[in-house]
Design a protein. Structure first.
Length: 249
């Protein structure tokens, strides 16, 4: 499916991105009171980082992903799960039936949707008193290595910004007038990664690719040179999993 943001060239590199904090995911499921065999729709499922975590909880997961290459990788990674099924669709038009899901999730995908249309679609999908949740992993930019990487990026792209993925999401959810009070969850997670895989993960950074344009490879090469210059086989990358969730009115 063709969308405004094409992730085809990033699909394999996305495999190296970090998982979400298990603590944060467990808290989300506890608050939403989702239980074994409940239906969950994971929108913008990508290569299945969140999908796998939901599937492992024995939920019935409908994974919706517009990009063929991303979806292919996701299907491959979840092949052993009989409770995960994949479909082509977007956050605004999922193609899924109304009133079927106890929880609708957006793992690092809500920011690439028309958020108000995606919230309207979510409300259509949910059962009475069902829950919406969107989440992202945010690197800790105070970490010395991550701070240096930020300096490298800003030296080549002075106006670089993370857009809506690092914004507080409560207001946009409340503006829809479809959900009750927003709950914010935040839990730390450390992603241990070899330098080679870290560099490969930077090649999957869609926000950076869009803003860097023809400088993208130069930015990634500069990050690569810095990381290799540390003479470390692997590094610890601190993240914070941020989840915003709300119950359907």
């Amino acid at each position: 499916m063709k969308t405004e943001w094409d992730y085809t060239g990033l699909a394999d590199a996305y495999l190296e991105r970090p998982d979400y904090s298990q603590v944060a995911i467990d808290a989300m499921l506890k608050i939403s009171q989702v239980k074994k065999n409940d239906k969950v729709c994971d929108i913008g499922a990508g290569v299945a980082h969140l999908t796998l975590m939901l599937g492992a909880k024995e939920l019935q997961v409908t994974a919706v992903e517009p990009n063929d290459a991303m979806r292919k990788n996701g299907i491959k990674r979840t092949a052993s799960f009989k409770n995960i099924n994949w479909f082509e669709g977007t956050g605004e038009v999922t193609g899924q039936p109304s009133g079927q899901y106890s929880l609708v999730t957006f793992g690092s995908s809500f920011n690439v949707c028309d958020r108000q249309k995606a919230l309207t679609e979510t409300a259509r999908l949910l059962v009475k008193n069902g829950w919406f949740a969107c989440m992202w992993n945010h690197r800790d930019l105070n970490d010395p290595i991550q701070a240096e990487i930020e300096l490298i990026i800003k030296s080549l792209i002075p106006d670089y910004g993370y857009g809506t993925r690092r914004e507080e999401q409560s207001q946009i959810i409340e503006l829809s007038d479809l959900f009750d009070s927003v709950i914010h969850l935040d839990a730390k997670v450390i992603h241990q990664q070899t330098v080679d895989k870290c560099i490969e993960a930077w090649r999957s950074h869609a926000t950076l690719e869009r803003q860097a344009g023809d400088k993208f490879l130069k930015v990634v090469d500069s990050i690569s040179s810095y990381l290799r210059g540390l003479n470390m086989e692997s590094i610890s990358i601190p993240y914070s999993t941020n989840i915003w969730m709300a119950q359907l009115k």
